[in-house]
Design a protein around this ligand. Structure first.
Ligand SMILES: N[C@@H](CCC(=O)N[C@@H](CS)C(=O)NCC(=O)O)C(=O)O
Length: 218
């Protein structure tokens, strides 16, 4: 039996990059937040995509079947961080990371943790929402919670200066904390981490995060 062939990854020429997006995805939100902050939002077209629909064509842009994916004239770019880097090339006057090497590495290292917390939170949510109720594995949920809690404790212990810039790390962290509020409110992370709570209260006021808050879409 011949397997169905996915559409080629390299898209036909498109005048404006198209972002395959789902409004409740924190990874897709991260991309839109960064586009907003860089002032390049009007240079991409946002195309809603339900990756769970049986007839979804997302694999044509992302063989992994996930959002976000950005279809450009040169082919698709997948994964939120890589798309943010691509967006950064449209606005080189606004670097997404500190330029000074030590600060840059600090931001990259912290970003990896914030992004990993986001991933664990999405994994948790998928287990809760997408699995048949009788097949949900509590041990798997606890494992994800462990990653989230240790990750938050790690970030909370970092010097406050590292949370002072508006950069890839802090914008990602803002999206991650917003997603925890939205999908895992029982964690009550503010109680353990007042430093992160005050960070979140400030960054969530930015127009980029206000415009993309998940509660706006339900
Ligand atoms: N590492 C990817 C993760 C993207 C991701 O997990 N997207 C989720 C939505 S939040 C998705 O499309 N899941 C569909 C699936 O796993 O099949 C990124 O940075 O963009």
């Amino acid at each position: 039996m011949a397997l169905p062939q996915p559409a080629p990854l390299t898209a036909p020429e498109v005048a404006q990059p198209r972002l395959r997006h789902a409004p409740l995805s924190p990874f897709a939100r991260k991309v839109v937040v960064v586009a907003h902050e860089l002032g390049v939002l009007d240079r991409i077209e946002i195309v809603p995509c339900d990756v769970w629909a049986p007839d979804t064509d997302i694999a044509g842009d992302n063989p992994l079947g996930k959002v976000p994916a950005l279809r450009t004239a040169a082919g698709a770019i997948i994964g939120a961080t890589l798309i943010c880097e691509w967006l950064g090339t449209l606005a080189p006057e606004h670097p997404l990371l500190p330029q000074e090497p030590a600060a840059r590495w600090a931001a990259l290292r912290a970003h990896a943790v914030a992004d990993g917390i986001m991933e664990a939170a999405v994994t948790y949510t998928m287990e809760r929402m997408r699995r048949p109720q009788d097949k949900i594995w509590e041990g798997w949920l606890e494992r994800q919670e462990g990653k989230i809690c240790r990750g938050l404790a790690h970030l909370a212990a970092l010097p406050a200066e590292e949370r002072a810039n508006i950069d890839l790390y802090t914008l990602t962290l803002g999206c991650t904390l917003g997603y925890l509020d939205f999908r895992l409110p029982h964690l009550d992370w503010r109680a353990d981490h007042p430093q992160l709570a005050s960070f979140e209260a400030t960054i969530s006021e930015r127009p980029s995060l206000q415009a993309t808050a998940p509660v706006r879409f339900i």
